[in-house]
Design a protein around this ligand. Structure first.
Ligand code: ADP
Ligand code: TRP
Length: 323
């Protein structure tokens, strides 16, 4: 039997190269050999967005981007989280067996509060909603970036506790973190993130994206000095190269005569060429919104069948079915 792999991404802004290399491209590869479930988690995005047109616009854009980049809704169950409201019911059910201590230890919650997000109940119980996403679809493996590992462990703890109290019901999920997990740096050298505004979007105007590449932070090494192969520019360029090409780039960085400006221009051209076919498909899909919407509807129907099955098992186990 194919393993069920599931992951989700928040529609909290424009998708960027970090999202692509860290999560999206991996998911797209997985769909060939696995039973892939992938959702746009708009309910989670409510913890940071309170503007209805921004949330709905971002949601459709994220789904369109994913399909344009190669996610095939015929091979993958692809849906919008909030279109399967069963996850909200199971979140309540799970919250009754989740100790506050488990959530108190969430480093992601603490980081968000430190960044100034309002400490409301939604933000606090975010990991329970995420556990619902994972457990209600019987996922074995959850590919995420390192920052999400603790959330998967919380989901696993909740499943263990439920199974212990009410009997064997849920698959215990495992996080899947690529060993050489490429943390893609932003143009300022920090982790690329929507919230740091240091990101390079996957789709957007040529002028705007070129400008982003040209402003990648570099040191002031002289043209004939060896250049830093641990730099942001080197790391970003490597994303588009195979191992041999990375060695060649190393040689160029270490040899005299290399100008950062020329490498940045070259990198932009590589990026632009790499995403050319996806941009064409993105343009096509923007004019065929119906295809995206009907794919999401079908996806939600497929996801609902699985969620209903698990929710019913939960209800039965907990004594909510009567008569
Ligand atoms: P952001 O930090 O831009 O808000 P998210 O937290 O929504 O991104 O991340 C969505 C997915 O993309 C997660 O699986 C995360 O691990 C991955 N991801 C985000 N930024 C990066 C990055 N700079 N490098 C690698 N993966 C990333
Ligand atoms: N919390 C994840 C993030 O911010 C998104 C997410 C929600 C998710 N539900 C999920 C990831 C289920 C994997 C599985 O990146």
């Amino acid at each position: 039997m194919k393993k069920r792999i599931l992951s989700g991404i928040q529609p909290s802004g424009e998708l960027h190269l970090g999202n692509y290399f860290g999560m999206m491209s991996r998911m797209i590869e997985y769909q060939e050999k696995n039973d892939l479930f992938c959702c746009i988690v708009n309910l989670h995005a409510l913890t940071t967005i309170d503007d209805k047109s921004i949330l709905s616009g971002n949601t459709l854009n994220a789904a369109t981007d994913f399909i344009a980049l190669g996610l095939d809704p015929k091979k993958t169950t692809f849906w919008i989280q909030g279109d399967v409201p069963q996850v909200c019911q199971s979140t309540w059910l799970f919250s009754n067996i989740t100790n506050m201590g488990l959530l108190d230890r969430s480093t992601s919650y603490k980081d968000k509060i430190a960044k100034g997000l309002k400490p409301n109940v939604g933000l606090y119980s975010y990991p329970i909603l995420m556990a619902s996403d994972i457990l209600l679809y019987g996922a074995h493996k959850v590919p995420v970036g390192k920052d999400q590992k603790q959330h998967i462990e919380i989901a696993r703890d909740i499943a263990i506790r439920f199974n212990k109290i009410y009997g064997e019901t849920f698959v215990l999920p495992e996080p899947s973190i690529e060993e050489n997990n490429r943390l893609v740096p932003g143009i300022d050298g920090n982790k690329m993130s929507k919230s740091y505004k240091n990101f390079i979007p996957i789709f957007g105007s040529e002028k705007n994206i070129r400008k982003k590449f040209m402003s990648i932070l570099t040191d002031s090494a002289d043209i004939n000095e060896p250049k830093d192969i641990d730099s942001t520019l080197f790391k970003l360029y490597s994303l588009f190269l195979n191992l041999n090409e990375i060695e060649e780039l190393k040689d160029r960085f270490l040899a005299p005569g290399m100008r950062y400006g020329d490498v940045k221009k070259e990198l932009f051209e590589k990026f632009w060429l790499h995403f050319e076919p996806f941009r064409k498909r993105r343009d096509y899909l923007s004019n065929h919104k119906d295809f995206v919407l009907s794919s999401l509807k079908e996806g939600a129907e497929k996801a609902t069948i699985v969620a209903d099955l698990y929710l019913d098992k939960m209800r039965e186990a907990m004594g909510l079915n009567y008569g």
